[in-house]
Design a protein around this ligand. Structure first.
Ligand code: PRP
Length: 235
């Protein structure tokens, strides 16, 4: 028995003593997120998050918060399944999966890009890809794509890829693609042109709804740290 026992209201179970897990995406969002993470006080150098370690989970400057670094699409899955209580991912991922267990309290205003339709430069066909009633579309967003074309009365046959979908039209796998566009240089380098924007995208802070109920103080405090970090930037 402990010499000093905590009052019942302050006692914590082994589970709630565990660090919060913050899931961060690899790649371009993490790069843009670096300065925000520095201002939260979680990292001293936001440009070197996780560098120098092969470990996928690592500590932050706050002993109550650990980070896991996963693929952008998987951030939402880790948070929805409770492996991570909080995370950062693009609104594109939230649109694609629409997890009911995820609450997205904060638009971080970084990682701005768009989900667009693109087709080969000089290809026959209308600028509006929805002019035909059946279309083969290469994408990593099957749900968003189906939903978008269905609303226009077009039956989209999906060729589901996880990357390099810009190759699909020139290799006769699809007539158009639906993909993220930022600078447009990937489309250009692969002979494609953007014809329609489906949605504009920024990165969101996301939270597991159950964790928000079971660990409200810790999670709300972390949300506030992100909110303050954003305000600090605009101040
Ligand atoms: C995205 C997207 C394009 C590229 C567009 O891929 O799938 O390939 O970025 O960016 P741009 O308009 O600036 O050229 P990302 O780099 O996120 O990698 P991914 O293939 O792992 O999704």
């Amino acid at each position: 028995m402990n010499a000093v026992s905590e009052p019942a209201s302050e006692s914590r179970s082994a589970e709630t003593d565990a660090p919060l897990i913050l899931a961060l995406p690899k790649g371009r969002i993490l790069k843009a997120l670096g300065p925000v993470l520095e201002r939260t006080g979680l990292f001293q150098d936001g440009s070197a998050i996780g560098e120098g370690t092969r470990s996928l989970r690592f500590p932050t400057l706050d002993p109550k918060v650990d980070v896991v670094r996963v693929r952008s699409f998987d951030v939402a899955t880790f948070v929805a399944h409770g492996g991570a209580q909080i995370g950062v991912c693009g609104a594109d991922v939230l649109m694609e999966f629409d997890y009911p267990d995820i609450y997205a309290p904060l638009d971080l205003g970084i990682g701005g890009c768009r989900i667009s339709i693109a087709r080969p430069v000089g290809s026959a066909g209308e600028d509006n890809a929805a002019a035909s009633s059946h279309l083969r579309v290469a994408t990593k967003y099957p749900t968003i794509t189906r939903r978008h074309f269905a609303a226009k009365g077009v039956n989209a046959e999906i060729v589901h890829l996880h990357g390099a979908m810009e190759l699909a039209p020139t290799l006769d796998m699809a007539s158009v693609i639906v993909d993220l566009v930022d600078t447009g240089s990937t489309l250009k380098a692969n002979g494609l042109r953007e014809t329609d924007v489906i949605a504009h995208v920024t990165s969101r802070l996301i939270v597991n709804r159950v964790a928000l109920k079971t660990r409200p103080d810790a999670i709300r405090a972390l949300i506030e740290r992100f909110r303050d970090a954003l305000q600090e930037k605009t101040a």
